[in-house]
Design a protein around this ligand. Structure first.
Ligand SMILES: [Zn+2]
Ligand SMILES: [Zn+2]
Length: 312
C-alpha cells in the first residue's frame, strides 16, 4: 500500500506530462488526468463525471482504484513498460446512425468502472454490463435511448462492478447474470466494500448463472459469453462479433492485465484465458476494458507488456 501511494505521489513530480510514447511504470498514475473527471465542490466534497456524490477526494479514490487493479509486484516492475494511454479517457461510445445497435460505455461508481449498454434500437431491448454504481445515471441513459434492460451481466463479482446491480434489478426486473465460479465473491460483496472503504449496496443472488459460450441476445444484438478466469475464478468476457466489440472487464486493460493477487486470482490462468479466448478473436476488435480507456485487440496481442499472442 505504501509503495503504491509513494508511486502515485512520485507521479506528481514537476515536469511529468502526457506523452504518446510508452511510459515507465513509475509514472503510471496521472492524477491530473484523473481529477479532470471530478467537480470539486469544496475541500472535502466531490462529484464524479456522472454527478454522483463522493465524500472521498479524487486522490483517495484513485489510490483505491490503483490498489484494486494493479498488484504491487506489477507496480514494482519498473523495467516493464506500460502504455498509460495518451489521455485517461474513460469513455467509449459508438452510435453509427446506419446501425440499429446502440452502444455506450461510461464510467460509474466510486472506482469508475466502465459500464456498458448494448441494445437494439428497433426492438428496444438492451443488455447492461457491469453496473458498478450511479444507478440514476444508468437509468437516465436507458430512458433517453428508449431502451429497456432485459439482462444485467457481470464480467466478475468485484464490488466495483456490482454496486448498482441491486437497484437496477429492482427497477427493471432484469435478471442478474454471473459465472457460478464467482458466487463466493458475490457472497462477500459486503466484505469487499468494507476492505476498500466503500458503502455497501445490497445485491440479490444472481438469477442466472452464465456458461462459457452462452449466447447473449437483445433483439438483433447477438453476443457470446466467454469464460476467462484469472483475475477472479469466474471472470467472463463478452464478445459481440457483429459489432467487432469485446467487453473484457478487468481481464485485459490497455497496456496491462488485471491483477491476480486478490481473492482467487491466478496469473497462469489469466495468461491462458487471454491467449486462448481473447487473442484468438478479430485483431481489429475494439476492447472495452473494466476501467480506463478502450483499446484495439491487435495492439494488445503485439504490444501488451504482460501477455502477448502466441506465435501462430
Ligand atoms: Zn476486478
Ligand atoms: Zn474493476
Amino acid at each position: 500500500m505504501y509503495v503504491i501511494l509513494k508511486v502515485i505521489l512520485n507521479s506528481r513530480a514537476p515536469g511529468f506530462g502526457h506523452s504518446n510514447k510508452k511510459t515507465c511504470l513509475s509514472n503510471l498514475p496521472d492524477l491530473t488526468e484523473f481529477t479532470h473527471h471530478f467537480n470539486v465542490l469544496d475541500n472535502k466534497h466531490y462529484t464524479d463525471s456522472t454527478g454522483q456524490f463522493n465524500a472521498l477526494s479524487p486522490e483517495r479514490l484513485f489510490a483505491k482504484s490503483i490498489r484494486l487493479h494493479y498488484s504491487e509486484s506489477t507496480l514494482r516492475k519498473k523495467s516493464q513498460q506500460v502504455d498509460i494511454s495518451k489521455r485517461w479517457d474513460f469513455r467509449f461510445m459508438s452510435q453509427n446512425a446506419a446501425s440499429t445497435t446502440f452502444i455506450k460505455t461510461f464510467p460509474v461508481g466510486p472506482l469508475q468502472c466502465n459500464c456498458t449498454i448494448i441494445g437494439d434500437k428497433v426492438s428496444g431491448e438492451a443488455i447492461l454490463v457491469d453496473p458498478g454504481g450511479s444507478p440514476e445515471h444508468i437509468m437516465k441513459v436507458l430512458d433517453e435511448a428508449g431502451l429497456r434492460v432485459t439482462r444485467i451481466i457481470h464480467t466478475h463479482a468485484h464490488f466495483d462492478h456490482f454496486l448498482a446491480a441491486g437497484q437496477i434489478h429492482e427497477q427493471t426486473g432484469a435478471p442478474l447474470c454471473l459465472h457460478p465460479e464467482d458466487k463466493p465473491l458475490w457472497q462477500n460483496l459486503e466484505m469487499q466494500c468494507s476492505r476498500f472503504g466503500v458503502p455497501f449496496e445490497p445485491v440479490p443472488e444472481p438469477q442466472h448463472w452464465l456458461e462459457h459460450e452462452e449466447p447473449l441476445k437483445a433483439g438483433s444484438v447477438a453476443g457470446q459469453a466467454l469464460f476467462t478466469p484469472g483475475h477472479t475464478p469466474g471472470s467472463m468476457s463478452f464478445w459481440f462479433e457483429d459489432n467487432n466489440l469485446l467487453i473484457a472487464g478487468d481481464t485485459l486493460f490497455k497496456g496491462a492485465i488485471g491483477r491476480t493477487d486478490l481473492w482467487g486470482g491466478d496469473y497462469p490462468t489469466i495468461e491462458r484465458s487471454i491467449q486462448s479466448q481473447l487473442y484468438t478473436l478479430n485483431e481489429s476488435a475494439t476492447v472495452i476494458t473494466g476501467h480506463g480507456p478502450s483499446t484495439v485487440l491487435g495492439d494488445e496481442m503485439r504490444h501488451n507488456p504482460y501477455v502477448r499472442a502466441l506465435p501462430k
